[in-house]
Ligand binder design. Structure first.
Ligand SMILES: [Zn+2]
Length: 153
């Protein structure tokens, strides 16, 4: 069995970025006054809009409880996560045998992209050290189910 490289959040983020490098996502949009809270990419939102609807959203930082996908085309939508969302996404990723690009992309956003942040260097804003054992589990899974990546310079 190959040795698992030492876990650090930076190493984990690097691997997750590699896996999700070509992942396609779109800003999250919805209709105002609203059709029961459906979330869309911009193009599908425009197609779903009636003459009374206004297209809303399109900026980052919209808080979601779970990763959202376009109701129509299924593309991943860019949102940030509530505390509940962070915990749920990390829990479910830690249960997976392998990390797919969608999950990797979601985890990068959770761990490293602004809101929320799990890294200690970001201060205590949503710093969740209790999730570190699960992040280590994800690291182990990444290193036992994939081929060795390119050598380091
Ligand atoms: Zn769409």
């Amino acid at each position: 069995m190959p040795r698992i490289p030492k876990f650090t959040l930076d190493a984990l983020i690097g691997r997750l970025r590699d896996i999700s490098r070509d992942f396609r996502s779109e800003p999250l949009h919805w209709l105002n006054p609203g059709d029961c809270g459906g979330s869309y990419c911009r193009a599908c939102c425009a197609r779903a809009a009636s003459s009374e609807d206004m297209i809303d959203g399109g900026w980052g930082g919209i808080e979601c409880d779970l990763q959202e996908f376009c109701e129509t085309c299924g593309v991943a939508l860019e949102c940030s996560f509530t505390n509940y969302g962070v915990i749920e996404e990390v829990h479910s990723a830690a249960e997976l045998d392998a990390i797919d690009p969608t999950t990797a992309w979601t985890l990068v956003r959770i761990i490293d992209c602004g809101y929320p942040r799990l890294t200690e260097s970001c201060g205590d804003f949503r710093y969740m050290p209790e999730l570190l054992p699960e992040l280590k589990k994800i690291w182990k899974s990444l290193n036992s189910h994939t081929e060795p990546t390119e050598s380091h310079p």
